[in-house]
Ligand binder design. Structure first.
Ligand code: XCC
Ligand code: SF4
Length: 631
């Protein structure tokens, strides 16, 4: 029997952060905790979404005394335009990350640095897109599939090909509403054009375009990111790893990979695992090389290689404050600019690798398909050489960490069901046993926990408390992004966390040998969740809107989260937000995103900044769906 399971509490995590903050004071650097104080209270007008700086007659601010901007734009117009611009920013980020993945497959060759790893997935996608495969060279197929994938970003006619994977019913709804997404770039440009000075003033049209732009991400750019990453680096399957700051190792060369696109982190992992590089690390007195991930990069390399996860968004400064990080290497998105000055206070080397994220106080080594291995080798070598430069007086590593079972792609989930339950049914590769569990009430439903950290709420508390309450109520969780990282810090990805579940879910966890929170990957992998709900709806024979499944982003902060929320809702899944979406200054906008979208796509937002009330609303929402199904 393994030792007893004890979840790390938020209080313990906060105590670790406080101790690390002493180091920040010692070296003379600020952290987000300090900066939040300086930024509070936030500007009320900006916070409620009614500050417009779209043209140079402004900025215009809506108040009771000044109900219109200089052009006559109302609160509804201004909040609506700002909201759509957030969705467009988020869709751009996800989709461009996806595009980079497709380019890597386009550049892939037998003897290059990027390869086809999951050939089955490549062939399936070729078949789906009517690309001939018979008797062809694998890389010829790969290049044609990649070119077709790239074409989805800018094609001049037609709709996103990826949407053909959705249910018939969804495509009809999207088509009738006029939100079936066209090329990814087209939807973002349309959003930017609509929100230009003197264009769309109608909030309803702005919300519809938000849904459409979101769909171009979730059923377009993000889905490309997931699919092409799987083809290149392998489709994730269940495996064991560890999470939280305790994964940093004092005796090893520690390298942190942070960002999103696996092209960089994959190469760092590959290079660091070579005998030659391990020996190089030992030649400087280290026991070896310890690669760890932060934010979504952590999710990507944990899911595919079992690399350890140092934590989520608001933990990035803490990781460096341990004083044992020889190098941090980043690509794009969610990187605090403060990593620059912070790394200067330590021996830590800070490497940027993408023209999309240039950051002061970093060394910039642009990584391309042609130089990837050389760049990774330079970084890993310099980290090894840097091991001897640590300052003992600045070192403190919090001990908390948990075991984590990760790698639950749709294929990973079905493989678990196949080995333990489907084998009795003589039917493989189906969600039917899972559906049986939900119908019978052994599991009440499922929640997709996603999104970031945000100091507007107590960080990680909302994620962790909501997840604990849900599993206690026999609701299974799928998680991505920084929500999944929060779960790993609290031990909820540990299979032994089933002791925290209600009786039904505990039984399912035992039978299927899974943890109660299933780690599905990074934020582009919310496209996996879309495929999961679509697969379940198809196998069940009901609409996605009828499933006792909801989404929840209790601590979101990025524009990407707005894009995600839009496509999740458009896919028919109610989404529970713990942070206000910055439209509170417009009653019409608030009403449109909570109720209005319900009439159009059958789902909407439920917003509540109190985590206890939010989780109650989620459970009620799931039970209502069950009642409607008569189960
Ligand atoms: Fe970024 Fe993706 Fe948010 Fe985490 S969850 S803070 S977007 S790393 Ni995506
Ligand atoms: Fe002001 Fe209108 Fe210009 Fe916005 S677009 S800044 S509301 S004048």
């Amino acid at each position: 029997m393994s030792e007893e399971f004890v979840s790390t509490s938020v209080e313990q995590m906060e105590a670790d952060a406080e101790r690390l903050h002493l180091t920040a004071e010692q070296v003379g650097i600020d952290t987000w905790q300090d900066r939040v104080k300086n930024q509070t209270p936030h500007c009320k007008i900006g916070e409620s979404g009614v500050c417009c700086r779209i043209c140079a007659m402004g900025p215009c601010r809506i108040t009771p005394k000044s109900p219109k901007g200089i052009c006559g734009a109302t609160a509804d117009t201004i909040a609506g335009r700002n909201y759509l611009r957030m969705a467009a920013g988020g869709a751009s980020a996800h989709s461009d990350h996806g595009r980079e993945c497709v380019w890597k497959l386009y550049d892939a060759t037998e003897d290059g640095y990027y390869h086809v790893t999951d050939a089955t997935k490549l062939l399936n996608l070729a078949k789906e897109w009517n690309i001939p495969t018979e008797g062809r060279d694998m890389y010829d197929i790969a290049h044609e599939v990649a070119e077709a994938g790239l074409n989805e970003y800018g094609k001049i006619k037609g709709y996103q090909r990826w949407t053909e994977r959705a249910t018939e019913e969804r495509r009809e709804v999207w088509n009738e509403l006029g939100i079936l997404p066209r090329a990814v770039d087209r939807e973002v440009v349309t959003a930017m054009h609509m929100t230009h000075m003197g264009c769309t003033a109608d909030a309803e049209a702005l919300v519809k375009q938000s849904l459409r732009t979101g769909l171009a991400d979730g059923w377009g750019g993000s889905m490309a990111g997931t699919e092409f990453s799987d083809i290149l680096y392998g489709t994730p399957m269940p495996k064991e790893t560890e999470g939280n700051l305790g994964v940093l190792d004092k005796e090893m060369v520690n390298i942190i990979c942070h960002g999103h696109d696996p092209a960089v982190s994959e190469m760092i992992v590959l290079v660091s695992e070579t005998k030659e590089m391990q020996a190089y690390a030992r030649s400087f007195g280290a026991k070896g090389i310890n690669i760890v991930g932060l934010c979504c990069t952590a999710n990507e390399i944990a899911m595919r290689h079992g690399v350890k996860m140092a934590g989520n968004f608001l933990q990035q400064e803490n990781a460096l404050l341990t004083g044992v990080v020889e190098a941090i290497v980043v690509d794009v998105q969610c990187i605090f600019p403060n990593i620059g000055p912070l790394s200067e206070c330590f021996h830590t080397k800070f490497y940027t690798t993408s023209p999309i994220a240039r950051i002061p106080y970093s060394e910039y080594l642009q990584l391309t398909s042609e130089n990837a291995k050389e760049v990774a080798t330079t970084i890993v070598k310099s980290a090894c050489e840097n091991f001897k430069n640590r300052d003992e007086s600045k070192i403190f590593i919090p001990e908390h960490k948990h075991k984590a079972s990760v790698g639950y792609s749709c294929e990973g989930i079905r493989s678990r069901l196949d080995t333990v339950t489907n084998s009795h049914l003589d039917e493989l590769d189906t969600y039917k046993p899972l559906i049986e569990c939900v119908r019978s009430g052994v599991i009440r439903g499922a929640v997709a926990m996603v999104g970031c950290n945000n100091p507007k709420v107590r960080p990680d508390y909302s994620h962790i408390e909501i997840m604990k309450k849900l599993i206690e109520n026999d609701i299974v969780i799928v998680a991505t992004g920084c929500a999944a990282q929060a779960a790993s810090k609290a031990g909820l990805l540990d299979k032994r966390a089933k002791v925290l579940c209600g009786e039904g879910l505990r039984r399912v966890c035992t039978l299927a040998d899974i943890p109660p929170v299933l780690h599905m990957g990074s934020c582009v992998d919310i496209s996996r969740m879309m495929m999961l709900v679509t697969g379940i709806a198809k196998d069940w024979g009901i609409k996605t809107t009828e499933l006792p499944v909801v989404g929840c982003a209790p601590e979101w902060m990025s524009e990407k989260a707005v894009s995600i929320a839009n496509y999740v809702v458009a896919t028919g899944i109610d989404t529970y937000l713990g942070i206000d979406p910055l439209v509170g200054g417009s009653e019409q906008m608030m009403n449109l995103i909570t109720n209005g979208t319900k009439d159009w796509v059958g789902a909407g937002y439920v917003i509540n900044t109190d985590p206890d009330e939010l989780v109650k609303a989620i459970i009620e929402g799931i039970e209502k769906k069950r009642d409607a199904l008569g189960i």
